[in-house]
Design a protein around this ligand. Sequence first.
Ligand code: ZN
Ligand code: FE
Ligand code: FE
Ligand code: ZN
Length: 281
Amino acid sequence: MFLFDTQPSTLNTQTMPLPADYHMHTPLCRHAAGEPAEYAARAVAVGLTEIGFSDHSPMRRDDFDDWRMRFDQLDEYVGKVRGAQAQFPQLTIRLALEVDFLPGQEGWIRELAARHPWDYFIGSVHYVSDSWAVDDPRKLSEWKSRDPWDVWSVYFERLTMAAETGLFEIIGHADLPKKFGCRPDRDCTPLYERFLNAAKTHDCAIELNTAGLRKDCKEIYPSRRILDLAFQTGVPITFGSDAHAPQEVGIHFAEAVQLAREVGYGESCRFTRRNREMVTF
Ligand code: ZN
Ligand code: FE
Ligand code: FE
Ligand code: ZN
């Protein structure tokens, strides 16, 4: 039915344009390497025509954690992205943020939104409490004292709340708690459905984030199960490498596109100044 079903090896930029890579970082977050211009050069080299920078947004308090830009670096971040735009006019480069959602942060997120003409915000849940980000390898021991079902329940409850705020165009890596392989043995369908219904109601897309393939879970975020439900619910998608180094830009996009097509998707979102447009891939 699709080209990829019979000839996966023919998937390349000659036969099919790659969707935009909307999730990548800069060294300002203190755990990524390479300047925006290097990410852009890599994007051009792998045949992408559109990317978006979505570095970890500052928190209201700079001492909240140590893996994001400080608030006084926000203008510098925007300047770096603008610089890459000027240097690579052949590439569409979006200005965005990966914004941490924690309950109570809505006011701060609105303040950030008002500061620059962002193209989109990715709302990501990393924290299931004020002190534990489930994907932090330094906090791996937290998993040992908790029931995975409880963690996943809180995670998806926060993801649902994030979608309901209407502050985000995209919800990031929707099943991040699987990163280290800690999964509940119960059926999570009710958690997924609640979240996806909220995403649909509040016009939120979800991303296919290929970083999962580079982690212990060895699987794109989110799972095929969630993507199937998302497609049935009518939740649109974007694609992201979550690159923390230039060589990760566009990585595993052939697999992500194939997965999206198998689930039924044929178009993805692009965002300009927080306005959505659908494009086929
Ligand atoms: Zn990061
Ligand atoms: Fe993230
Ligand atoms: Fe990210
Ligand atoms: Zn991320």
